[in-house]
Design a protein around this ligand. Structure first.
Ligand SMILES: [Zn+2]
Length: 166
């Protein structure tokens, strides 16, 4: 973590900027999967909390897993004859890959700035050159402000599309 929802802020901003090229569902899914690791070790009181899934190698595998799951879900939706049009880019292959990859790597970058127990480059190195390159307050404000900008952009996009359809 930063608390998992903080990770969604930058994702919302990217979705608002390039809605057709980015799956926010895949972005959120991979962030939840990666932080399920920290939650599990927190609940079972085993330290460190940030292990394999909080490395670039583990996050890459998490992104692949989320891509496969979302694409399987998309296949099921299609197999049952439902239209994917209403989902827009959320269920298209390329936006899913972009969303999952950005979700995974942004998660590791943001957590690397925050946590002392994360080893993002393992098994190749125990180093973490990003730790506290900015303050925790700056990190949280970055997530919050990008989230506010993202949500405002998404709402404005919805309003614009409805208005332009008239
Ligand atoms: Zn995390």
């Amino acid at each position: 973590m930063p608390m998992t929802p903080f990770h969604f802020g930058p994702g919302a901003a990217v979705k608002a900027a390039v809605p057709r090229r980015f799956s926010l569902s895949a972005f959120v899914g991979v962030n939840l999967l990666i932080d399920s690791e920290a939650v599990y070790y927190f609940v079972t009181r085993q330290y460190p909390l940030h292990r394999f899934l909080h490395t670039y190698v583990g996050a890459t595998l998490a992104a692949v897993a989320v891509c496969v799951l979302v694409l399987l879900f998309t296949g099921l939706v299609r197999a049952f004859g439902h239209s994917q049009k209403s989902a827009g880019a959320e269920l298209l292959p390329m936006p899913i890959v972009v969303g999952a990859a950005l979700g995974a790597y942004s998660h590791i970058v943001l957590d690397s700035m925050m946590h002392t127990d994360i080893r993002p480059l393992a098994p190749f190195s125990d180093g973490n050159g990003l730790h506290r390159v900015i303050t925790l307050a700056q990190l949280h404000w970055f997530c919050i402000i990008s989230g506010i900008i993202g949500i405002a952009g998404l709402v404005a996009g919805c309003v614009y599309r409805r208005w332009s359809r008239r």
